[in-house]
Design a protein around this ligand. Sequence first.
Ligand code: F3S
Length: 290
Amino acid sequence: MKGEVILAKSAGFCFGVRRAVDTVYEQIRSNDSDRKIYTFGPIIHNTEVVNDLKDKGAEPVEEADLERIRGQILIIRSHGVSRRIYEKARALDIRVVDATCPFVKKIHEIADEESTRGRILVIIGDAAHPEVQGILGWAGEDAVVIRDEEEAMALNLEKSARITVVAQTTFNSNKFNNIVEIINKKGYDIRVINTICNATRVRQKEASSVAKQVDTMLVIGDRHSSNTQKLFDICKAYCKDTYYIQTVKDLNEQNLQSGIRVGITAGASTPNNIIQEVFLTCQKKKISNR
Ligand code: F3S
C-alpha cells in the first residue's frame, strides 16, 4: 500500500545482545559489594546505551586496563574474549561475569577442540572484529582468518593440512558459501561447521524482503557495527534509497515524503525504544503529509 511504513519483525537486539545488556543492568542493580563494575569493551555499539551504563557505574575497559581494575568485577560482552583474558582476570582476582553469547561460546569450544586435535582453524570473518579476535584466542597458533573470496583463493596451506572452517556469527551466508566452495577445491581434509547465527540470517532475510517492497529503506544503527553495515548492503541491493540513521533525529523530509513506502530495519545493537520512536515518527509524519 502506498504511504505505508513497514518495520522488519526481527529488527534490533538479538538474543545474545539482549542477554549481555540485561546482565550489566542486573549486575548494577544487585551489586552490594565494594567491587566496581566494568565491561570488557563497550557492551554494544550504541553510544546512548554505553553512556547510560557509564552514568550508572559500569565503565568499559580494555585489556591494557586490567591491572588497574584488580579485584573488581568484569563483564564479558556477547562477542566473547580469548582464553588469555580469563587467565589474566583470574591472576588479578577480577570477578568475571561471563555474558558471552552461547553461540559464540560454542565456536570457542570448537576452536579449542579442533586445534587440540591438530586441525587448523579457518575462521571466515573480519580479523579486526572483537568476536574473531576472541575466537583466535582459543584456536592455536596456526589459525587463519579469511575475509573474502580473494583471500580464500590465496589460501596456501600444505596439501596434507587438516582444516576446520567456522564463521563469524554475523557473516553473510551467501559469501560464506562462496568462500567455502573456493577452499573446498583446494583438496585439504576439510570440515565445515557453519556457525553463522540464525538471528543474523533471519534479520538479513527479513531486511531484504522489506527492502524489496519499499521506496525508501532506513537502517537504524551505528555504521561502525559490522552487522548494521551488512544490513545496509543487503537493503541497498534491493532499494537504492537506503539510508543509515542512528536515531529519530536523523530522519528528514526526503525519507518521509507522502506516498512513498518506507521500510525499517535495525542492527543487533539498536535498542527497541529507538526503533519504536523511528517507526512511530515515520507513521505520524506520513499521516500528516497525506
Ligand atoms: Fe549471539 Fe547471534 Fe546475537 S551469535 S550475539 S544471538 S547475532
